[in-house]
Design a protein around this ligand. Sequence first.
Ligand code: SF4
Length: 322
Amino acid sequence: MALKPADFKSDFHNDWCPGCGDFGIISAVQMALAEMNIEPHRLAMVSGIGCSGKTPHFFKAYGVHTLHGRSLPFAIGIKLSNPKLEVIACGGDGDGLGIGAGHFVNSGRRNVDMAYIVYDNGVYGLTKGQAAPTLKLGAKTKSLPVPNINASINPITLALASGYTFVARAYAYDVRHLKEVVKRAIRHNGFAFVDVLQPCPTYNDIQTKEYWQGDGLLDATGRPMPRTYKLEATGYDGVVKTSNEGEMEDKIKQGIMKSFEWGDHTPIGVFYQNEQVPTYEERLGERMPTYNSVPPAEQEIARRDGTPLANISRLLDELRVS
Ligand code: SF4
């Protein structure tokens, strides 16, 4: 039977503020999962702390609401233990690019086959709107007494420099486009990063829905001109098609150049995709021949009477450096 987005909705009460961009994100993800026929028992959602950290509660699937900035190590552990699960990590820009920045960078170079969605709103919404890592230097939201004194992180540039093999951006209120980006991210064989522009109407009165949809920016006919444009509509191609290192470098450089466009002309879509890089699971499989056929989640660890099957002395002997 075909799945519906409603099949992924839990009964948990959703207390996000009315109009929050987070609603667009979970709708798009639930639509993508239904269209891809990924049954709820094949999915694990993992989050950190923040408004977006509540996401796993709103999904009917396996879910872990972890510690601040730690969604990626939890999610990677789940995926490596049970590679048959679809694993999606999620969190805000404060969670993932502030306290979680070290995990963000190092996850890129591992290339585990999973997806990470950042709800990018420039503020710490759960704690009353302090400046978060993607808020621009000098920006003064209604929740700040003085303009932001810190320069911002560019998540797309950082992801490209960190080795992510799928790097994309989408906009929370363009649910149809976001759904297609999420589907590509899930299908991607490797670590997919999706940065979602997510208006926070409660604390960020700069990057609002009205701003992204063209408030104050008129075209020749006097109509508001959206501040986002779709890369795919311009002929931009970020997909690496061969194992040639030169092609990979050229596509990364092209993506980095694009990542600096911001404001009145902000690109959304896939900046870069490269499936020529072996995944972490493939590398593990080369080192441990039984990894793919009997991954850790399927291994027995004890007999029926509870006595452990693992021989710790033998394991230590195998790891001893002579
Ligand atoms: Fe959404 Fe902002 Fe409200 Fe958090 S504070 S739920 S990010 S609108």
